[in-house]
Design a protein around this ligand. Structure first.
Ligand SMILES: [Zn+2]
Length: 458
């Protein structure tokens, strides 16, 4: 690790902060639960995207860029998606309607994540590309006596796992005492949860040993983390609200299927988010999406740049609750305005910034150190340090030749779209995105012709 301090992380599983030791320093593996793609992501969804991006950057700094695998899934099968598909695309066959909803929403989520200054995870698996893996895990759970079929469902038998509830520290009796009165009669225990359920002809489904059906939510993450990171991996992250039941049930499935003592060694959870001091909800009128913040004047009558949203988020420690407010955004914007748009070159990040991040991602202290550095430090060291947090102010100038070359590729993509060659068109968009160029599709108001503009992301 050279000059890098020991990395300490708070582990929800042990309720302690301890020194992080990867299973394999050549391949440090992290999984974070991604979005269910049926609607715009809200600002609460932005928090894990940003927090775990900082951890990804830090791990890459410590272990080397090619020695970290970060998987963040896309949940593209869910009853909320079906409902949205039927509502928004009543004329289309169900599968096409579902695809329309999930592709559009996924694209928007990835655009949001990029605009928030996040690196692309190493892999972004879709649930529907991993159905075979889910079926394989369910078969193992049945074979090992951890799952059973009842009333058109395959259920996980929570009583079959002696230490179920380790993460949330709930035992089964507590759960049963707290269970709703109307317990599903077909379950052996009230806490048993769905691994697979049968679909009718109005629901998406895949063939399985138990009939045409679809997976439960929890099994998706067990299948995708297992496929890309192995039976046991280093870090599993997500929001606090996912500890129970989602993460508890992921652990139950993966450990019981693979016969392991843990699923991931370190479990990390970001705190809740409020907006202007109140729980965010549509009925409170303070529900705000990332898209609205970036591109509309919904929040305080103006648009907010991605780097402002990101810095505002990092000015609170990830485990603390955060109050997302105009005041906080303005504070972040004032700080950013004072920071130089420098180039890091070969400079190494500042030790104070690094030490702060290595102490369970203390981004609050890191931002303070960064600000001091911006005032009186070496601009290259500042830039290297700011890059670690993903908050380096953008350089806006771009070389003319480079701009002409990007224009040409954008034009080529438009031709491909016209020819309905979406696969090749998407390739150009993705390559440009990887180079830090984001495309914005729109229509000419008069001619109705498709137009695409681009901008440089940092
Ligand atoms: Zn998950």
């Amino acid at each position: 690790m050279g000059g890098t301090p020991e990395l300490k992380l708070y582990n929800t599983l042990t309720r302690e902060k301890s020194v992080f030791k990867p299973i394999d320093a050549e391949n440090v593996r992290m999984y974070v639960c991604g979005p269910t793609v049926y609607d715009y992501a809200h600002i609460g969804n932005a928090r894990p995207v940003i927090v775990f991006d900082v951890l990804f950057r830090l791990l890459r700094h410590v272990y080397g860029e090619s020695h970290v695998t970060y998987a963040r899934n896309i949940t593209d099968v869910d009853d909320k998606i079906n409902a949205r598909a039927l509502r928004d695309y009543p004329g289309l066959p169900l599968n096409a309607a579902i695809r329309a909803v999930t592709e559009k929403t996924e694209r928007q989520f990835l655009d949001d994540a990029l605009a928030l200054g996040s690196l692309e995870p190493t892999v972004q698996p879709r649930a529907t590309d991993n159905i075979a893996e889910m079926i394989a895990i369910i078969e193992r759970l049945i074979a090992r006596g951890h799952a059973y079929q009842a009333s058109g469902e395959v259920l996980f038998d929570t009583k079959s796992m002696a230490d179920y509830g380790q993460l949330s520290k709930r035992n089964l009796d507590e759960q049963q005492a707290g269970a709703r009165v109307a317990v599903d009669a077909h379950k052996k225990s009230p806490g048993d949860f769905v691994l697979w359920k049968l679909s009718d002809e109005n629901e998406p489904g895949w063939e399985s040993p138990w009939g045409r059906g679809r997976p439960g939510w929890h099994i998706e993450c067990s299948a995708m983390s297992g496929r890309y990171l192995g039976d046991v991996f280093d870090i599993h992250g997500g929001g606090l609200d996912l500890i129970f039941p989602h993460h508890e049930n992921e652990i139950a499935q993966s450990r019981c299927a693979h016969g392991t003592d843990v699923m991931a060694n370190v479990w990390m959870h970001n705190g809740f988010l409020q907006v202007e001091g109140r729980k965010m909800s549509k009925s409170e009128g303070n529900f705000v999406t990332i898209y609205e913040l970036l591109h509309t004047e919904t929040f305080a009558g103006r648009q907010w740049p991605g780097e402002v949203l990101r810095l505002a988020m990092l000015m609170t420690h990830y485990r603390e609750p955060i109050d997302f407010s105009v005041k906080r955004l303005e504070e972040a914007e004032r700080l950013l305005a004072k920071w130089p748009a420098a180039e890091p070159g070969d400079a190494k990040p500042d030790e104070t910034v690094l030490n702060a991040l290595a102490d369970d991602l203390n981004t609050v202290a890191a931002v303070q150190a960064l600000h001091a550095l911006a005032q009186s430090g070496d601009p290259a060291v500042f830039a290297a340090s700011a890059t670690l947090l993903g908050v380096l102010p953008k350089k806006t100038e771009i070389d003319e030749a480079v701009a002409a070359e990007i224009d040409a590729r954008v034009k080529a993509r438009l031709e491909l779209l016209k020819a309905k060659n979406f696969a090749e068109a998407d390739k150009i968009r993705d390559t440009l995105a990887a180079e830090g160029i984001q495309l914005k599709d729109g229509k000419n108001a008069e001619t109705g012709e498709r137009v695409t503009t681009w901008e440089v992301k940092k």
